[in-house]
Design a protein. Sequence first.
Length: 548
Amino acid sequence: MSGTLSTHESFAFIQARLGSTRFPKKILKPIPEGSDFTFLDHIHRRLKTIFDESQIVFLIPETDEESIQFLKSRGYQYFLGSELDVRDRFRKAAKHFGAKHIFRLTADNPFIDIDSIRYLYEAILEIKEKYYSLSMTGLPLGMGVECFSAESLYYQEEGTDLERHKEHVSLHIKEFPEIHKQYRLSPPHLQEFQPFLEQTNVLHSKLRITVDEEKDYQLICEIAKILETSNPYFGVKEILSLYKSNPKLFETNAEVAQVAFVLPNVQTPKRKVNILYGNPNEYGFGHFERCKSLSIYLQLYGYEVKLITSFDDSEKNIPHIFDIREKEFFVKNSYFIDNLNHPPNNKNACFFLPHPSFPISETLMEDSSFKKLSYYSSPLSEVGCRTKTIPGKILVYAGQLDEIQSIEIDTFLLRFYHEGNEGETPVFQSILRIGGKEPKGPKIQYLKRISYPEFLREMDSSEWICTYFGQTMMEAAAKGKKVSLLGISEIHSKLGQYAASELGIPYLGTLKELNSVHSFPDKTISNQIKYVRDAHTPILNWLNSITS
C-alpha cells in the first residue's frame, strides 16, 4: 500500500440535472412510485456505507433551482457549475474540495453496486500512477462506477478539448490510454455467477439498471418492490439472481437505446492464477473476504484471477493459491496460506494469522523498540478511523454461532451492562452483536450480517471488541481497540490462550467458563507489537518469480 491516501482524498461526485431530454426531472421521481425516496436518496444512502457524508457531493447546474432546494431540504452536500460543460463542473468541484481521487456517478443510476465500490476503493489505495482510470468490467449497465485521478481529470492536451469531452467527463481519459493507465478489474464477488452467465450467454452489460426513458423507470420501480423489502442495499448479485428466476421482467426496457463510444483497445495479455478458498458455509466468511481483497490486489499487478471453492484438475498447470487450511492438491506451482503442513517461509507459504504451532519468535521480527507482526486484511481497514469511538460501546462478533452459544455470550455481556451507571468494572453503555442468533431481549443490538465497510465503521466506533481468534481479532488489534477473545471451540480456546501469552490480547475462556469471569478486561493490547498489513507482498513476489 502506498500509505499516502487519507480518508478525505477520495470523493464521490454525482452529476445530476433536471433537464433530461428523454425523461425530464427523473432524478426527483420516487422509487418505487408512491414512496418519498427519490433517485438522489437511493444513491446517497448507498454511498454512505463507504464514504463519509463530507465526501459525497452532488454536482448540479447553477440553474437547477428545484434540485438546489431539494438537496438543501435533505442536508445533502452539493456543488454548482456549468450545465453544458460537465467536465468543467467536475474540475472546479475537484479543486474546491481538494479531491485527489474521484468516483464518478450519475443520478440516473440509483442502484449502484456497493461491493464494486468497495473493491474500487481498495484498488485506489494501491494505485501509484499519477494518471489512471479504474472501473469494474461486466456489470449491468447503471450499477458500476468509474474512478480516476484528479490529475487525469485536469489533463489537457491537443485533442482533449472537443465538444464531446465537455459533456462526457472522462472520455478524454479513456481515449488516451498511452497517458492514463487503464485498470479494468473483474468483480471478485460475482465469480459464482460465471457458470450461469456462460451457459445462458447473458452479458451483465445487456441488463439495463439505468434510467433514460419511462420504460427504464418502470423496471427500476418493479425491482425496488421485489428486492428492497429484504435488503435495501441489494446489488448485482441480487439482480442476477432475480434475472435467473424472472428473466421476462428485464424485457421491459431491453429495446431502449444506449449511447456508446468506440474506444481504443487497451487489453493486454494477463498471467493466470487461481485462488482456492474455503467455502463460507463450511469455513466461515473470513477466507472468502480476504481472498476477494487479494484478488483485487493481484489484478492490479497484471494477473487474471479466478476465485474457486473446488479444485479443477484440468487447471492444475495454472498457479494456485490455497486458503483452505490443510487440504492438499497436486499442483506444480502452489502457494499456501495458514496451512500447518506448510509453515511460513520465504518461498511459497505464509500465515495471515499467527499460530501456536510455530513460535512467535519465528513470525515476529525485532525492529528497534517494537516487534512487527505481518498479517493481511482489506486495505480499507488501514485507512483510519472513519467515525469517532463511542465510549462504553462494545462490538461482539459471533459469526455463525448457534442459539445456545449466542445466549451464553449475551448472558455474560449483560452482567457488565448498566444503563447510565458507573462501577468498578467496565460499563457497557451499548452492546452490538453481529452474527449468531437473534437476542432474546432488547438490550443487545443485533445485526445478522453487514457489509465489510459497515463492519469497519462499527469497529471504529467501538471501545471494546469481543470475538474469537481470527481476522476480526487482527484488524481490531491493529486499530488499537480493547480486544478480548472467547473460546468457541477447543481449537479456538488454544488459540485464545496463545494470543493472551504471545500477543497480549486477553482471553476470557470457553463459553462454559464465562460464569467464573467476574471482571471484564479493561486494557488495550500490548504496545510491543506493531501489526503490519503486508502479508500480500510475498504472494506477489512468488507469482512474479514463477511467471516472469
